[in-house]
Design a protein around this ligand. Structure first.
Ligand SMILES: Nc1ncnc2c1ncn2[C@@H]1O[C@H](COP(=O)(O)OP(=O)(O)OP(=O)(O)O)[C@@H](O)[C@H]1O
Length: 708
């Protein structure tokens, strides 16, 4: 299979773009870029033009200066003007107009020069591609002046008619990588000849995506850019009324974007004729095929009349081997591959700070608001839970948060997502329904409540931030006793930053400035009104003015109390201890045996999260802060046992999860008693059964499970 270079470097536009469909200007430019001699000439021309332009600029500005000086002098005249004066003013006026015209001509010339320079400096400038004027204008309007690497790399391949498998990290613009060349092909390229026109026309483009939200996002892009080219689109997804979709299809559309379930329904209802489709796109292909949609996808794609005349494109940030294997089913043997991830170790977004933080299930709800305070930079946060119920429950516990998952009615899902996009609320708690593809402005922080079951989910969830060259933070909570953090680290190539729960100092640092700002913004008009109460407080509280002000600052940002958290489970009012006995420790039950030798049963029972250290020489566990002395004095009776309060958490032994078995399943966010407290044994099987998955257009996302 022909494969393109595995590199992250912005590729040069390929020579193939010179073959067809060029405007005069593009022809000139692209030919130059592919021919050294011409390139030289172009360079010379550019520098000549630059010189000329700077000379001209100098001339115009000196004329202007002169003129300005003269007019400055004349403006000093306050006497009524005689004829001479008027004549000289007319002269000046016409000179000024001439200069103005020269300046306008210059502006145009300069603009053109700038374009030439841009093309020279940036090989990915949109002017270097066969992108026609209306599309260029729309891209410019959206602030897009140059293509991202995956777009530049695949533009010609797609426009010239090849099937393609495309992979680039999250947020690198894969959507426009297929939208732009498809649109150009329909209007000015090979697909133009085949495109149906007129009322009731059948679609030429079919794009399939795994979720409704993603379908409507990609549809929006086709509306914007396709609309600029006079093409119409429709979006078919479940949970929305059939009627509107049907009437759009009846009127005829050029592009259909949808989820497999609803598209299949329309086929069965004979609402849609896919026989004339010339482009088939599988976006987030691996997810769609993994979710048991293979048969539906096959059925839908199989509706085209002549498969040899159809171009098929497959895109994702993750393309596991089994997808590459299956792609042979849908794509032609001479398909091209554009892989910007390739064999690179790092598969996840490189503009995201990837962090892991140990946390007991019961501590999540209290911990998350502080993580948001410390890491969201005031932007939006998306929190991922494994289960739908957990998403609803957590959204209910976090002020100003809303839930998004497959059990929520479609109309509500849309309201929620648009509220989040528009900034009506800043925290979204979602299942994997929001993991793929969603592109939401200013998402600064991703929190995953526990490690996902596979590396692809980690890559996509963390990729909801750090998009299009921006940076972001992804924090993953985990239970060190039973997590698959190392597996995710290994498979994603991410080097996780290990941190502990934010402590009062961290929180104060994060929100102290905001609190001070709030106080200083209060008008001085309040002082006379509140002064006597303030003085009374100062005199009677026994606290200094600074202490009282500290309290006021805390209260201004919502704190009436601030507690230390343990390093191990992130639980409030717990302290993390380290135990050593001068020889290796192999199992948690062995450590419990040791504790029983010198502690009353009640204290042993109160131990939380006991985990062996990675070096095998000790263990760590949490104890209630109020009983710390009982533990520390207890050790004095126990010979070679050394207990100490930890300041930083050492690397811990991880017990990797087997597929399908997870820890802590079914426990609520506030349930301290459920689950397997001492980490003995594995999780509960069937954790990823039916109710763990989000639903598709027909509520059956999980019908087949992974089959490849
Ligand atoms: N050439 C470009 N210049 C500037 N911004 C761009 C360009 N191309 C795309 N973008 C913006 O980059 C963002 C990410 O694009 P897109 O959603 O297509 O990424 P993606 O690679 O499909 O990500 P994911 O794998 O998460 O689905 C979008 O906001 C998009 O508008």
């Amino acid at each position: 299979m022909p494969s393109l270079p595995l590199s992250n470097a912005a590729p040069l536009p390929s020579p193939s773009k010179d073959k067809k469909h060029k405007s005069k200007k593009e022809k000139k430019d692209t030919t130059a870029s592919n021919n050294d001699a011409v390139a030289h000439q172009l360079n010379d021309a550019v520098s000549d033009a630059k010189k000329k332009s700077s000379k001209k600029r100098k001339k115009v500005s000196s004329d202007e200066d002169e003129d300005d000086q003269k007019s400055d002098t004349s403006s000093e005249l306050v006497e009524p003007q005689n004829d001479e004066g008027l004549k000289s003013k007319d002269k000046k006026k016409s000179k000024k107009e001439k200069n103005k015209k020269a300046k306008l001509d210059m502006d145009e010339e300069e603009e053109e020069e700038e374009e030439v320079l841009k093309k020279e400096e940036d090989p990915n400038a949109i002017t270097n591609f066969r992108i026609s004027e209306p599309l260029r204008a729309k891209l410019k309007e959206k602030g897009i002046e140059s293509l991202f690497p995956i777009q530049a790399m695949t533009f010609d391949i797609i426009l010239d008619g090849s099937d393609l498998v495309g992979r680039a990290r999250t947020g690198q613009g894969k959507t426009l990588a297929f939208v732009l060349p498809i649109l150009e092909s329909l209007i000015n390229g090979p697909a133009k000849a085949f495109r149906k026109t007129g009322f009731g026309r059948s679609p030429t483009v079919l794009v399939l995506l795994p979720t409704r939200e993603l379908a409507s996002q990609v549809y929006a892009d086709f509306e914007v850019y396709g609309g600029a080219m006079g093409l119409s689109s429709c979006c078919l997804y479940g949970g929305a009324p059939y009627q509107t979709q049907e009437s759009k299809l009846r009127r005829g559309v050029d592009i259909v974007v949808g989820t497999p379930g609803r598209v299949k329904d329309h086929i069965e209802r004979q609402n849609i004729d896919l026989s004339q489709v010339k482009f088939r796109v599988l976006d987030e292909a691996d997810e769609m095929l993994r979710m048991g949609f293979v048969e539906d996808v096959e059925l839908i794609l199989g509706k085209v009349q002549d498969v040899t005349k159809v171009q098929t494109l497959l895109f994702s940030a993750t393309l596991p081997d089994w997808v590459k294997h299956i792609s042979g089913k849908f794509l032609k043997p001479d398909k091209k591959t554009a892989d910007l991830v390739g064999n690179a170790k790092m598969k996840a977004s490189t503009s995201v700070r990837h962090i892991v933080l140990p946390c007991n299930v019961s501590a999540r709800a209290q911990l998350i608001p502080d993580i948001i305070r410390c890491y969201s930079s005031g932007g939006r946060t998306i929190i991922f839970t494994e289960k739908k119920e957990s998403a609803s429950e957590l959204a209910g516990l976090l002020p100003g948060a809303r839930a998004l998952h497959g059990d929520i009615q479609q109309s509500q899902r849309e309201v929620t997502l648009s509220g989040f996009r528009s900034g009506k609320f800043m925290t979204l708690v979602a299942t994997n329904v929001a993991a793929r593809g969603l592109d939401i402005n200013d998402v600064q922080l991703i929190i995953q409540c526990e490690p996902p079951r596979d590396v692809e989910a980690y890559i996509h969830r963390s990729g909801r931030t750090g998009r299009a060259g921006n940076t972001g933070v992804a924090v993953m909570l985990y239970d060190p006793r039973r997590s698959n953090v190392s597996k995710i680290e290994r498979e994603s190539g991410v080097k996780f930053e290990h941190i502990s729960a934010p402590q009062p100092d961290d929180i104060a640092k994060a929100v102290g400035g905001e609190a001070a700002e709030m106080i200083t913004q209060v008008s001085d008009s309040v002082i006379p009104a509140f002064k006597s109460a303030a003085e009374e407080l100062l005199n009677n509280s026994g606290l200094s003015a600074a202490d009282l002000l500290a309290k006021a600052l805390a209260k201004a940002v919502g704190f009436t109390d601030i507690k230390k958290r343990s390093l191990l489970t992130s639980m409030e009012n717990y302290v993390t201890l380290h135990i050593e006995i001068g020889k290796p420790m192999f199992t948690p039950s062995f450590v419990f045996g040791i504790l029983r030798r010198f502690l009353p049963e009640e204290q042993v029972e109160a131990v939380q999260g006991l985990t062996l250290t990675a070096d095998g020489n000790g263990a760590v566990f949490d104890v209630p802060a109020k009983d710390l002395d009982i533990y520390l004095t207890g050790q004095e009776k126990a010979g070679n046992v050394r207990l100490e309060v930890l300041k930083t958490l050492p690397r811990l032994q991880e017990r990797e999860q087997s597929r399908g078995g997870r820890f802590g399943g079914g426990r609520g966010f506030n349930d301290r008693n459920g689950g397997n407290r001492f980490g003995r044994g594995g999780g509960r099987n069937g954790r990823f059964g039916q109710n763990d998955r989000f639903s598709n257009g027909r509520g059956n996302f999980n019908k087949g499970g992974k089959r490849w």
